[in-house]
Write a protein that binds this ligand. Structure first.
Ligand SMILES: *Cc1c(COP(=O)(O)O)cnc(C)c1O
Length: 456
């Protein structure tokens, strides 16, 4: 195979001149300069100055098997030579696409046995959103169209994805949400729980779903969507009372339950999918990220027997799809990625070995003066920064303290992410014990720095 061409030395200037970045203040970015990442291996990435970082965020929650997997590159290369592209629209399929659907279904419950492919989590949001509505329409329930989602959720950046998401600052850009989507509260006990216990608060916010269904009328509600654990919103681990109550309500009122598995899927919580950790089965479940560990873009929607039956038997054509739905090269990469997860028993590793080790190390941060809570499930964790942990009082400028600690960690060679005043970790599932220690020690050092250097 030929090597990629060396990057020119003025790449930063070229980037400023021509490249608009997602989720970025471009004026600030162009002034600060972009960091150029040009190499990765295993748990590590390197920038153009040669500095090495431990990537405790798996790229953007996605590089579950770690970097530098030759066998994924090889699978994609072979597929590209054999059949670089064909579509799945007109009565055709390609071998890796079909085999990937089967492979995914082998890791879900028996009821969640079909897959609709797309290229990203956002497209998966748009896909299930339409699917939920056509499902009810095909059954003769023309008015069942409303979708209930949650505040501070993240479901992508397309118009439907950003509307389903509950980030108000995203809604302000582009006149969102679109009609037919409403939001209820999130199970974020630390910030919103007040005097309630976590268990009481979990029930209270779950029952907002029941109140909303009653307000809108069951006959008008198609679905409820939530991430098993909110990711971009700040790794918000719901109280144990939350999911059972949500499941009870969606069953009682006959609405579809949609679990956004884009982050939680493919082993992160020590189960193949997040809903398995919480012991329920959704009707629809968008997937992406860990499906290919980010090696190539691919996403999909897991479709339950209940919905698939109606789509197959009643609907006729579903006028929806993407030129690259089930792209054979991306599917071949995803198949090899899942083979690695299976053969290296990475899900079991998260459940029984590195997950419990991470839990103990990560939660040890709770003894820090500035840590209000340190929570995780498997390899998905958050540390809540607090100005006064005895009263759960936060710093006046949450974004500022989070960014300061994040920058300390990155300067000290560990990539973590900050959402407001929560520090987030989501490392590749191959992280070693010493790399867990390095992550936790670096975060502790960053928190110490904040304590010594930041005055409110
Ligand atoms: C990242 C993410 C998405 C969007 O996926 P993209 O591939 O970025 O479009 C949707 N839902 C959740 C929970 C995510 O974390």
């Amino acid at each position: 195979m030929t090597k990629t061409a060396a990057a020119p030395s003025n790449l930063g200037a070229i980037d400023a001149a021509h490249h608009l970045h997602p989720f970025s203040d471009m004026k600030k970015l162009n002034a600060d300069g972009t960091k150029i990442i040009n190499r990765a291996e295993g748990m590590h990435i390197w920038d153009s100055t040669g500095k090495q970082y431990l990537d405790a965020f798996a790229g953007l929650w996605c590089v579950n098997v770690g970097y530098g997997r030759d066998s994924i590159a090889e699978a994609a290369y072979q597929q590209m030579k054999e059949l670089p592209y064909y579509n799945t629209f007109f009565g055709t399929t390609t071998p890796p696409t079909t085999l990937l659907a089967q492979k995914i279904a082998s890791h879900t419950g028996p009821n969640l046995n079909h897959v609709f492919f797309c290229n990203s989590g956002s497209e998966a949001s748009d896909t299930w959103f339409r699917m939920a509505r056509v499902y009810w329409k095909a059954l003769g329930h023309e008015t069942k169209t409303m979708v209930i989602a949650r505040k501070n959720a993240y479901h992508g950046s397309t118009v439907a994805g950003a509307s389903l998401g509950g980030m108000t600052w995203m809604h302000e850009q582009g006149n969102l949400p679109i009609p037919g989507i409403v939001h209820i509260g999130q199970p974020h006990w630390y910030v919103e729980g007040g005097d309630l216990s976590p268990a009481e608060f979990g029930l209270k916010v779950a029952r907002e779903l029941e109140d909303k269904i009653l307000e809108l009328g069951e006959e008008n509600v198609a679905a409820f969507v939530a991430e098993p654990i909110q990711g971009a919103g700040g790794v918000i681990v719901p109280p144990d009372t939350y999911w059972p109550e949500i499941v009870r309500i969606t069953k009682k009122y006959n609405i579809l339950l949609v679990a956004d598995e884009v982050i939680c899927g493919f082993g992160r919580l020590g189960t193949w999918f997040g809903h398995q950790h919480y012991g329920f089965e959704p009707d629809l479940a968008p997937i992406a990220k860990g499906l290919s560990s980010g090696y190539l873009p691919i996403g999909g929607v897991l479709v339950s027997e209940r919905v698939a039956r109606v789509m197959i038997e009643e609907l006729g054509d579903f006028y929806h799809g993407y030129t690259y739905s089930g792209h054979p090269v991306a599917a071949a990469a995803a198949l090899e990625n899942i083979r690695i997860i299976e053969d290296e028993k990475l899900v079991e590793r998260v459940r029984d070995d590195i997950g419990p080790y991470f839990t103990e190390a990560w939660r040890s941060l709770a003894d820090h003066d500035l840590v209000g809570e340190a929570v995780n499930v498997g390899l998905m964790g958050a540390v809540q920064i607090a100005a006064d942990k005895s009263t759960r009082r936060r710093f006046a400028k949450p974004d500022e303290v989070g960014t300061l600690v994040r920058n300390q960690c990155v300067n000290n060679g560990v990539i973590l992410r900050a959402t407001g005043d929560r520090m987030l970790a989501s490392p590749p599932l191959i992280i070693s014990r010493s790399e867990v220690d390095q992550t936790v020690e670096t975060l502790r050092k960053g928190l110490d720095w904040l304590k010594d250097n930041h005055k409110e």
